[in-house]
Design a protein around this ligand. Structure first.
Ligand code: NAP
Length: 347
């Protein structure tokens, strides 16, 4: 098989950029488990910290991101780096002709995010953003239940995503820098719930937000909440508290019933509760039913989805798509916080 044939049939040869907590988790999710993508190279700011891990996974470490981009054997980069670096690193990858999977968020401003998406389109490389919640079987089933009418019309979504992040990271850590993590837990956690909401209810029209720091005397806000109005007419609210125990929950409410998902681990249980109503018999009380799905890895699913698109030359994140809109929602939240909770249109 020639090199060209090998490169279009896979596995996609990727470089992992950033080998901190999540970069290592992404590598583990596919190594030994996937024929579609494998990490053959890597780069990180302090290679010594990642040396043992790289050896274990047979990842050859480059001395810099630029060196990884210059490696002809690397077809794609997977960015698991601090948020402020994402947009610039995506543009550099596009210019080097490498497909890019970037951890969330895509960027910290609409302008930078749009420039990153444009660069990928101009250079003909595939871009994906790490919104792995979409690969939860339960969320996919909820979407189907609205598409085929079982839940009726989507009217309201509420969600929260909480955990001990503020306690986990010490003073001075990038996660406590408001330039890296504006709006408290939004970039670390809340953007996942926003993405799940976009997946189910479409784009957001306007937002009002509040945010404060209540538990510690340093770092980013720990208690952030907001109200959404969706372009399709539905309403929603979201809270993220990052100085408490781990857990998340979403309840999606339609005109024929509701569905609830969530757990206390990080995407490790695979069930949902469903309760339906017949509008012709509103007094008949149905018990909620628990629906269980087979366990799966959302990280592996998202990376394989990216790899298949890259190998086929298919675009994923595109101008005006959910990944860019999610950043516009974040910007509107920040504007609302500056304007003391005013309702702000998402542009
Ligand atoms: N999808 C999810 O559920 C999920 C979960 C967790 C995190 N994430 C995302 O994954 C990305 C990485 O998060 P993480 O928790 O893995 O972070 P982390 O543990 O701090 O790792 C960050 C990596 O980037 C490198 N790095 C390069 N420049 C840096 C700089 N200026 N400051 C700090 N680190 C720098 C670090 O190298 P050194 O160690 O040498 O500094 C490290 O290898 C973020 O976008 C985050 O939002 C996603």
């Amino acid at each position: 098989m020639s090199n060209d044939e090998a490169s279009s049939t896979g596995p996609l040869r990727a470089a992992i950029i950033g080998l901190g907590t999540w970069g290592q988790n992404l590598v583990r999710s596919v190594h030994g488990h996937s024929d579609v993508i494998r990490f053959s190279a890597g780069a990180t700011r302090t290679p010594d910290r990642a040396r043992a891990f790289a050896q274990e996974h047979r990842i050859s470490m480059h001395e810099s991101y630029e060196a990884a981009l210059a490696d002809p054997a690397v077809q794609a980069v997977v960015l698991a780096t601090p948020h402020s670096m994402h947009a610039t690193q995506i543009i550099a990858a596009a210019r080097a002709g490498k497909h890019v999977f970037c951890e969330k968020p895509l960027g910290l401003s609409s302008e930078a995010s749009e420039a990153a998406v444009r660069a990928c389109a101009e250079h003909g490389v595939t871009l994906a953003v790490g919104y792995n919640w979409r690969f939860q079987p339960a969320l996919q089933e909820i979407r189907r239940m609205f598409q085929d009418g079982r839940l009726g019309k989507l009217m309201h979504i509420e969600g929260n995503f909480n955990g001990p992040s503020a306690y986990r990271f010490p003073r001075g850590h990038w996660r406590h820098d408001t330039d890296e993590a504006p709006a408290g837990g939004m970039t670390g956690r809340g953007v996942h719930v926003v993405d799940a909401m976009l997946y189910l209810a479409g784009h957001i029209d306007s937002v009002t937000a509040q945010s404060m720091r209540l538990a510690q005397d340093f770092g980013v806000d720990d208690t952030t909440s907001m109200l959404f109005r969706f372009q399709g007419g539905a309403t929603g609210y979201l809270g993220t508290v990052i100085a408490t125990a781990e857990g998340w929950r979403m309840q999606v409410i339609g005109s024929r019933g509701w569905v609830e998902v969530g757990d206390v681990e990080h995407l490790s249980t695979w069930e949902m509760r469903v309760c339906l109503v017949d509008p012709a018999e509103p007094l008949k009380r149905n018990r909620p039913q628990t629906v269980t799905f087979p366990a799966s890895s959302t990280e592996r699913a998202e990376l394989e989805h990216f790899a298949r698109a890259a190998l086929a030359g298919r675009p994923l994140a595109v101008p005006g798509g959910d990944e860019v809109h999610n950043v516009a929602v974040l910007e509107a939240i920040l504007k609302s916080l500056r304007d003391d909770g005013a309702r702000v249109s998402v542009r």
